[in-house]
Design a binder for this molecule. Structure first.
Ligand SMILES: Cc1ncc(COP(=O)(O)O)c(C=O)c1O
Length: 463
C-alpha cells in the first residue's frame, strides 16, 4: 500500500493549529540560577523556565479538537461510567484484549500486574528494563533479567530490530530457574531505554511459540506499540501492505495481556490500563485495583480522561499521524547525525538519544556524563532533556554499586503534535554548538540520592 499523505513527497503534519501556548525565552543568567536551584536535575526545573521541552513524550501530547470535545462528554459517575464502556470497546477493537482495568497511568498497571503475577524469588525476563517496570517487579519480590539481543546495548549497531528478544538468553534462564519461576516475560514495544527500538513480528512469533511450549505468558508493555507496528511495516518482509491497525492486532494476538501508559501512543495527558484475556487474572486485577487506584470502571481516572483516551486510540492508529510523528523525529536525528553528533542508531520513533559516552569521553561514568550533558544543554539554550544512563539505571541491589549501563544517553524526546520543524532546527543548532565545545563540559557529583527511581529527584553539583 502506497500511502500518500500530501501531493508532494515530503510529509507534513496531518493537522492545523487552532490554539497556541506562548513560550518564554530566558537569559543565560536566569538559566544558571534555575539549574543550580534544580540541583542540575532537569526533572527539578520549573517548566516556566524551559524554552523547548524535550524532557519526555509522556503526557505532553497536544490533544485534538475531538479529544477536547470528548472531555465535555465525561460521565463522572462513580460506577459504570459510559466512558469506561467506550474505552473498553476501543481496547477490544484496536488491541483485541477481552478484559480492561483502567489505571491512573502506566505504573499503576505495572503495580497491579507485578503484585498479582510475581511470587517472591521469581525471575522476570524482559527486552531491556524500564525504570518503573523493573522497580515494581522488584518490589513484588521478583528479579528482572535482561534478555534483549546484545546489539541493543551497542549504540552504533544498525540492527533493524534492536528490541528483539534473544531466544538463547531466554532459554538459558528458563533452563536454569525452571519455567515455574518465570511468571511471565515482559515484552516492550519500541524499547525506550534502547533508543526507541522495535521488535520484529518474526521474533515475536518465535517467542510466542517458545512461551506456549513452556506455559509462560507474554505480557506486553504496549506504551509505544503502535510506533513499533510502524517499524514492522517499514522494515519487515510481508508487512508493507498491511495497515497499522492490522499489525497492532497481530502483535497483541500473540501476547496474553498488557500494561499501558496511555500518555504516549494514545495522545492523552493522563491515563493507562491493564488488559488481558485470562478471566482469572482479570478478576484478581479487578479486585486489586479497588485497593490502589479506584473502582474497576475508572481506576483513578475521571470519566472524561477515559473518553479522551478512547478517541486518542483512534487517532493514534491513523497512518498519517504516525508518519508525521516518526518523520519529525527523523528530521531532527538526521540533522544531528549529518553534523557528526554521536546518536543512537537506527533513529527510533519517540526520541533522539545522544551518546554521552562518545560526546564526553573525558567524563567518567560515575561522574554522570549524560546528566551533565542534559544540564549543559539547558544552560546553552533552555532546552530540557532527560538523562538515560547511570543515574536512571540506579544501583545494583546486591553490590550497592552504580550499575554503569552500556548505554549512557541523553534523550531528546518529542511530544506528539507539539513542536514545529523550526523548533527542531533550533534544537539541532544548539546541540551542534555544544558538541563543538564539548571539551569544556565537566561531570557532576551526586549530593542527594533518593531510595527509589533516583533520577527523578536526585541532586547534583558541578565537579
Ligand atoms: C516503556 C514505558 N513503560 C512504562 C512507563 C510508565 O508509565 P507512566 O509514566 O504512565 O507511569 C513508561 C513511561 O515513562 C514507559 O516509557
Amino acid at each position: 500500500m502506497e500511502i500518500q499523505h500530501t501531493p508532494h513527497h515530503s510529509w507534513a503534519e496531518p493537522y492545523k493549529i487552532k490554539m497556541v501556548e506562548l513560550l518564554r525565552v530566558t537569559t543565560r543568567e536566569e538559566r544558571e540560577q534555575a539549574i543550580r536551584e534544580a540541583g542540575y536535575n532537569t526533572f527539578l526545573l520549573r517548566s516556566r523556565d524551559v524554552y523547548i521541552d524535550l524532557l519526555t513524550d509522556s503526557g505532553t501530547s497536544a490533544m485534538s479538537d475531538r479529544q477536547w470535545a470528548g472531555l465535555m462528554m465525561g460521565d463522572e459517575a462513580y460506577a459504570g461510567s459510559d466512558n469506561f464502556y467506550h474505552l473498553q470497546d476501543a481496547v477490544r477493537e484496536y488491541y483485541g484484549y477481552k478484559y480492561l482495568i483502567p489505571t491512573h497511568q502506566g505504573r499503576g498497571a505495572e503495580h497491579l500486574m507485578s503484585r498479582i503475577m510475581i511470587k517472591p524469588g521469581d525471575f522476570v525476563p524482559g527486552n531491556m528494563y524500564f525504570t518503573t517496570t523493573r522497580l515494581h517487579q522488584e518490589l513484588a519480590g521478583g528479579n528482572f533479567v535482561d534478555v534483549i539481543i546484545d546489539q541493543a546495548h551497542d549504540p552504533d549497531s544498525r540492527h533493524p530490530f534492536k528490541g528483539n528478544v534473544d531466544m538463547e538468553k531466554l532459554d538459558r534462564l528458563v533452563q536454569k530457574v525452571g519455567a515455574d519461576h518465570v511468571p511471565y516475560i515482559s515484552l516492550e514495544g519500541n524499547v525506550n531505554m534502547a533508543g526507541g527500538q522495535p521488535f520484529s513480528m518474526k521474533n515475536l512469533r518465535e517467542l510466542h511459540e517458545y512461551c506456549r511450549k513452556h506455559d509462560i505468558p507474554i505480557m506486553l508493555d504496549a506504551t509505544r506499540t503502535i510506533e513499533n507496528a510502524w517499524f514492522i511495516r517499514e522494515r519487515e518482509e510481508g508487512y508493507r501492505d498491511k495497515s497499522l491497525r492490522v499489525i497492532l492486532r497481530e502483535i497483541c494476538d500473540l501476547t496474553d495481556g498488557c500494561t499501558m501508559s496511555a500518555k504516549k501512543d494514545l495522545l492523552v495527558n493522563i491515563g493507562g490500563f491493564f488488559a488481558c484475556n485470562d478471566k482469572e487474572l482479570f478478576i484478581k486485577a479487578q479486585n486489586m485495583v479497588v485497593v490502589y487506584e479506584g473502582l474497576h470502571t475508572y481506576g483513578g481516572l475521571a470519566g472524561r480522561d477515559m473518553e479522551a483516551m478512547a478517541i486518542g486510540m483512534r487517532e493514534a492508529v491513523m497512518e498519517e499521524h504516525q508518519s508525521a510523528r516518526i518523520g519529525q523525529v527523523r528530521y531532527l536525528g538526521n540533522k544531528l547525525r549529518d553534523a557528526g553528533v554521536p546518536i543512537v542508531n537506527p533513529i527510533g520513533s519517540h526520541a533522539i538519544f545522544l551518546n554521552a559516552r562518545e560526546f564526553l569521553p573525558h567524563v567518567d561514568q560515575d561522574d554522570y556524563p549524560a546528566q551533565a550533558l542534559a544540564a549543559e544543554l539547558y544552560l546553552e539554550a533552555g532546552i530540557r532533556t532527560m538523562e538515560r544512563g547511570n543515574v536512571s539505571a540506579g544501583r545494583d541491589p546486591e553490590t550497592g554499586q552504580n550499575r554503569r549501563p552500556a548505554l549512557e544517553l541523553v534523550r531528546l524526546t518529542l511530544p506528539r503534535r507539539v513542536y514545529t520543524q523550526a523548533h527542531l532546527d533550533v534544537v539541532a543548532e544548539s546541540v551542534i554548538d555544544l558538541y563543538a565545545r564539548r571539551e569544556s563540559i565537566h561531570g557532576l557529583k551526586m549530593t542527594y540520592e533518593p531510595e527509589y527511581l533516583r533520577f527523578f529527584q536526585a541532586r547534583f553539583e558541578p565537579l
